[in-house]
Structure formats: structure tokens, C-alpha cells
Design a protein around this ligand. Structure first.
Ligand code: HSE
Length: 320
């Protein structure tokens, strides 16, 4: 049996679910000949209420990172995780992250490590609904034409609740209570979280060095119940849609509230969920849909990445 030591950065809703799911899947790791040992869990407040396995080594001191064979980052933010992860990546140790903001905005530092196969981030886009895996492997055989997607669970939830007549502010509070929203939720409702995710995806199908700043962003703050009613009268729904498509010799990447017909696959795939229509010349139009936010849904993809890593599969390698 091989022992693999894992460090965890962050123990919010996703981190707690990762720890519990690792515990639940202990037998599968054993079948793979691996005993995973969590050697430290970095938190801000040790005394906070948490649902984690007994004996979880919570700490505010990141020095345990020196001992870790791999590091899992689910703390969010940009500068702090980057400073903690940089030495790990520089020492060629694998990193698994759910942090789309970090991936989108600090690609200048992370790209070389992703190209080296040391960065795993299936959970960063559409959470437990696999999209980065297919885009970084099988879909490359087809010439990419276009994608259209709902990538933010908070906005999907808010807009679906507004369709039921709920005011915007009440729907936002409910999305926060469900653990979907970022802190601050401006990242969600302003469209920036969707733009982060679109930039991450663009690096697999458009340009391996796609810049976050090249995404044009508009959020849902100005969408009113009247707008939703007007769409309904035309047999349409309003969704916060991310679009990536060819534009001459370059790419057009945009996030904006968009009216789509009720029978569009993005509208029929579930009110609060994520969904994508991906079009490649040879593979044709494909639909991916499922849970895209929330603790256990996200943890399922994080633990999947840990399994890939211990099996020796490379991380998610963008276009060269
Ligand atoms: N705040 C994000 C969302 C979480 O609502 O989709 C998952 O990335």
C-alpha cells in the first residue's frame, strides 16, 4: 500500500464535503493500492462549526504544506491561494483546485504548470458535471465552432425563481442560503464568475493563452420581473449565457442575459442547473447538463481529480 499525503486549503462547504467523500471512498483508494492521509487542513477559524471526520487536522499554520505529496485548494480568492500554491507547483507536486477566479486571472503563473500536467481542475467549471475532462481530451478531435452555456448556479437559480414571481433580492438570499453564491455575490450576479469559467474553457477549444480580460461581461442585476414576463409572453426565458465563437480570425467571448426559446436545451435542462451546448464540426452539437454549484456536487469532481492524480493520469492540459 502506497501512502499519499494530501493537504487541504479551505474547509467551507466544498472542503467539508471533500473530506467526508474521501472518507466514504477509502475502500476505492485502497483498491487502487493507495492510503490517503490528510496531513493538514488550513482554516481561518479553528473553532467554527464544521461537519468533518473525527481527527481532521485543522490548523491555521500552513507549514504542513511542506510535507504534502499533493495539495487540494478550495479556499477561493486569488492572491492568498496563489502564494500558498506557487511553491507546491514549483516543486512539481500536483495541485487540485476548484478555484476558477485564480485559474482565470493568474494564468500567467499557472499556465506552465497546467501544460506540465500538474494542475487538475474539473470542479472549477460546472462543478460535478464533467466538461473540462471531455474538452481536454476527446473533443479535441473535432474542430470547435461554438459553445453557449449557463455556468453559474446562483444566477440560474435567481432567474428561475423570478420566473415564479419572486423578487430579485429574495431569490439572491435563497441562493446564498443554498451555498451557491460567491462571497461577495457580485461575482455571480455581475457575470464575473461566469466569465472566469468561460476563460478557463476557452483555453481548451480556442486559445491556450486566452485572457480573462477578453471576455465581455454583463450581469443580471438589471433584469426585472417585467423583462422576464415579456420573455415569457414570447415563449422564451432569460438566462445568463456565456458564448464563445469564432469571430473572423479571432474569438468572440461574451457573458450576458439572453432570451432563449423555452425548448432550447439550456432552458429544458433544469431550473437551477448548469447546461452547455457545445458544437464541433465533426462531433456535432452536444449537450452537457447537471449540477454546477453546491458543496457535494463540487466535491465529487474534486475527489474525481484526486483519483485521477493517484492513478497517474495527467491534469487538465490546455491547448499548446
Ligand atoms: N458561485 C458559483 C455558482 C459556485 O453559483 O455557480 C460554483 O462555481
Amino acid at each position: 500500500m502506497r501512502t499519499v499525503t494530501v493537504g487541504l486549503l479551505g474547509c467551507g462547504s466544498v472542503g467539508q464535503n471533500v473530506l467526508n467523500l474521501l472518507e466514504r471512498r477509502r475502500a476505492i483508494f485502497a483498491d487502487l493500492g493507495v492510503q490517503l492521509v490528510v496531513c493538514g487542513v488550513l482554516v481561518r477559524d479553528i473553532g467554527a462549526q464544521r461537519d468533518v471526520p473525527a481527527g481532521t487536522p485543522l490548523t491555521t499554520d500552513p507549514s504542513f504544506l511542506n510535507e504534502c505529496g499533493m495539495v487540494v485548494e478550495v479556499m477561493g480568492g486569488i492572491d492568498k491561494p496563489l502564494s500558498l500554491l506557487s511553491p507546491i507547483l514549483r516543486s512539481d507536486r500536483p495541485v487540485i483546485t476548484a478555484n476558477k477566479a485564480l485559474l482565470a486571472e493568474r494564468w500567467d503563473v499557472l499556465r506552465e504548470h497546467a501544460l506540465g500536467g500538474r494542475l487538475y481542475y474539473e470542479s472549477a467549471v460546472m462543478a460535478g458535471t464533467p466538461i473540462i475532462g471531455p474538452m481536454s481530451t476527446v473533443l479535441r478531435a473535432s474542430r470547435f465552432i461554438r459553445l453557449q452555456a449557463v455556468l453559474n448556479g446562483t444566477c440560474a437559480y435567481i432567474l428561475s425563481q423570478m420566473e415564479e414571481g419572486k423578487p430579485y433580492q429574495q431569490a439572491l438570499s435563497e441562493a446564498q442560503a443554498l451555498g451557491y453564491a460567491e462571497d461577495p455575490p457580485t461575482l455571480d450576479v455581475g457575470g464575473f464568475d461566469t466569465a472566469h469559467k468561460l476563460a478557463v474553457l476557452a483555453r481548451f477549444c480556442a486559445d491556450g493563452d486566452f485572457k480573462f480580460a477578453d471576455v465581455k461581461v454583463r450581469g443580471i442585476e438589471d433584469v426585472t420581473l417585467d423583462d422576464i414576463e415579456a420573455a415569457r409572453a414570447s415563449g422564451e426565458k432569460i438566462k445568463l449565457v456565456a458564448t464563445l465563437e469564432r469571430d473572423g480570425s479571432g474569438w468572440k467571448a461574451e457573458v450576458a442575459p439572453t432570451r432563449l426559446s423555452n425548448d432550447h436545451p439550456i432552458c429544458t435542462s433544469g431550473a437551477g442547473r448548469n447546461a452547455m451546448v457545445y458544437e464541433g464540426e465533426e462531433c456535432g452539437p452536444l449537450v452537457f447538463a447537471g449540477g454546477g454549484a453546491g458543496g457535494m456536487v463540487t466535491a465529487s469532481a474534486v475527489v474525481g481529480d484526486i483519483m485521477d492524480c493517484v492513478l497517474g493520469f495527467p491534469g487538465h492540459v490546455p491547448l499548446h
